[in-house]
Design a protein around this ligand. Structure first.
Ligand SMILES: Cc1cc2nc3c(=O)[nH]c(=O)nc-3n(C[C@H](O)[C@H](O)[C@H](O)COP(=O)(O)OP(=O)(O)OC[C@H]3O[C@@H](n4cnc5c(N)ncnc54)[C@H](O)[C@@H]3O)c2cc1C
Length: 364
């Protein structure tokens, strides 16, 4: 008899898990009240996100687990089967990313990242001021140094959500557009909880909390200078800023606050993002400010997601913080491996039992 699984939550994590479980032969039911009708005001991170897939340029000495997990997922993003499934839907929007430094402290940080991530066998390159100008002529002449990660990608997160919604429908996943309030009321053999920041409402011991992030969508107008062609990251006035290309312009992100489940976009957030973006890409002022939004990242205490079995029936896949789009493919493989009873070694760092509150409930 075909085994059945309910997936609770249809953000990028739940959608990827539902797609992978259906491909592995499970009868899948996906529960999400917003399926097919996403809106910025929902606060779900997947619809709001920037879409950088940048585990290498965000690497930092000592963060081995996050680098290994992120690069395992980035490899999957390059997989021809995954790319073919999403091809033609405008999901992957650019290749390569560039982190730029404006002062000697930032330049030293870039060299630290290049040395440490390079020593783990990844392809990163330090670029001089003139090499940065050749690669991305629209950037500020104040840039002193660059760090190029040619293997990183960026995706249009909304095109991705829509492509995944079609993919799960095509694979026969049953969709229920309503929230789940009681996991015990679900009748399937297994349950995967991938409800983003609200996972801890359904599974109170799981340490996932909302981390607010504001982000801007800018549209090119006739006569606007061309935007950078790859993701550009920088630190400006001590704040991280990134510009991710889109077909019609740019996404500029992102602020980060601990404000509970507040999704109001603040004046200060928009002001800082625009000022920081202008320091990197001076022609940004010609663009149309098409959208401001805030979303809630599902944060975990150690910035590593929580993915694995909690008991014989329930698997959790949450807490992806700033990297859920990047980590969705490896998470889906880890979840299917758990459903099949064999945890994925590459995702061992994400197992729930690393938190004392979750060790007792896991049964094998
Ligand atoms: C401003 C911002 C920028 C970001 N930029 C990037 C980036 O560049 N790269 C990157 O990799 N990541 C980025 N992220 C992080 C990424 O968006 C998240 O890690 C990822 O989207 C989390 O996906 P999720 O499916 O776990 O959660 P969500 O996207 O929040 O989805 C959760 C879903 O669960 C549903 N749900 C909730 N409760 C229930 C319930 N009881 N029953 C049924 N359904 C329920 C919700 O309706 C929602 O659709 C960014 C996030 C933000 C906010």
């Amino acid at each position: 008899m075909q085994r059945s699984v309910s997936v609770v939550g249809g953000g990028v994590i739940g959608l990827f898990c539902a797609r992978a479980a259906a491909a592995a032969g499970w009868s899948v039911t996906l529960h999400d009240p917003t399926f097919g009708a996403r809106a910025v005001g929902d606060g779900a991170a997947s619809w709001v996100a920037g879409g950088m897939l940048a585990p290498l340029s965000e690497g930092w000495p000592g963060e081995h687990a996050l680098l290994a997990l992120g690069s395992a997922s980035l490899r999957r993003w390059h997989d021809p089967v995954l790319r073919a499934d999403l091809a033609g839907r405008g999901v992957v929007v650019s290749s390569g990313s560039l982190t730029v430094a404006f002062d000697s402290a930032d330049a030293a940080d870039l060299r630290t990242v290049a040395d440490w991530v390079g020593a783990q066998g990844h392809d990163l390159e330090i670029l001089s001021r003139s090499e940065v100008r050749t690669l991305e002529p629209s950037l500020s002449p104040r840039v002193r140094l660059g760090l190029s990660a040619p293997g990183e990608l960026s995706v249009d997160n909304r095109a991705l959500v829509l492509a995944l919604e079609s993919a799960v429908r095509d694979r026969g996943v049953q969709i229920i557009r309503a929230p789940v309030t009681d996991l015990d009321a679900l009748t399937t053999d297994r349950v995967v909880v991938a409800a983003g920041w609200s996972t801890s409402r359904l599974l109170p011991g799981v340490p996932v909390r909302p981390v607010k992030g504001e982000i801007l969508r800018l549209r090119a107008r006739s006569g606007s200078a061309s935007a950078p062609t790859r993701t550009v990251r920088a630190s400006v006035n001590g704040r991280a800023v990134y510009l991710v290309p889109r077909g019609d312009g740019l996404v500029v992100g992102a602020t980060q606050y601990e404000h509970g489940d507040d999704t109001a976009v603040t004046v200060a957030g928009v002001r800082d993002l625009l000022a920081d973006a202008e320091a990197v890409f001076p022609a940004v002022g010609d663009y149309e400010l098409a959208e401001t939004a805030a979303g809630l990242r599902p944060g975990s205490p150690d910035n590593i997601p929580v993915v694995g079995r909690l008991d014989d029936r329930v698997v959790v896949a949450a807490g992806h913080g700033r990297n859920g789009v990047l980590l969705a493919p490896v998470t889906a493989d880890a979840v299917v491996a758990e459903l099949e009873g064999e945890p994925l070694a590459e995702a061992a760092c994400a197992l729930p039992e690393r938190f004392p509150s979750l060790t007792r409930t896991r049964a094998r």
